[in-house]
Design a protein. Structure first.
Length: 160
């Protein structure tokens, strides 16, 4: 389910004006890493509010904000700025995932796929996106507590 959702999200993002640039250099992988958190916030928000629309809205906002924050921390401009000042960079890295049972020679190792490992600041950005979207949107959908006329009558007789 998450893989088909990821494919649809990639296609949709790729059609946006800056979408192809966003998907490059780890953006596609960061969206994929943001999907599980978005699914969790969707389910929890749906249960808490009792409104599936609220859950979908919170989950969508989570996916968008988490992906944008994590991708922003991997931007070239930010990392060049940090490198000039001698500060640690915030971008994740691509590493070759080597299965030693299949890779016997250097040619076999070169054929192994590249895997994107997000950095700690990017993981924190995804967490902030999840928590922030939940705190910002979910309270709008909480059931409103209104005082019923019967409750008002009971209060009047109890105090008077």
């Amino acid at each position: 389910m998450a893989f088909s959702l990821a494919r649809n999200v990639y296609r949709g993002v790729g059609k946006l004006p800056l979408g192809k640039r966003f998907l490059e250099r780890g953006g596609k992988e960061l969206i994929g890493q943001s999907i599980p958190g978005a699914l969790i916030t969707t389910g929890i928000s749906t249960m808490v509010t009792g409104n599936p629309f609220a859950g979908a809205l919170v989950g969508g906002a989570d996916l968008i904000s988490s992906s944008i924050l994590a991708r922003g921390l991997a931007s070239t401009g930010l990392n060049n700025f940090l490198a000039k000042r001698g500060l640690p960079q915030t971008a994740g890295r691509f590493h070759r995932s080597v299965d030693l049972s299949k890779a016997r020679t250097m040619k076999d190792i070169a054929k192994q796929p590249l895997v994107y490992h997000s950095s700690m600041p990017q993981n924190m950005g995804m967490l902030v996106g999840s928590v922030g979207s939940t705190l910002a949107l979910e309270p709008m959908f909480y059931p409103q507590r209104t005082v019923q006329p019967q409750q008002l009558a009971e209060l009047r007789y109890m105090t008077g």
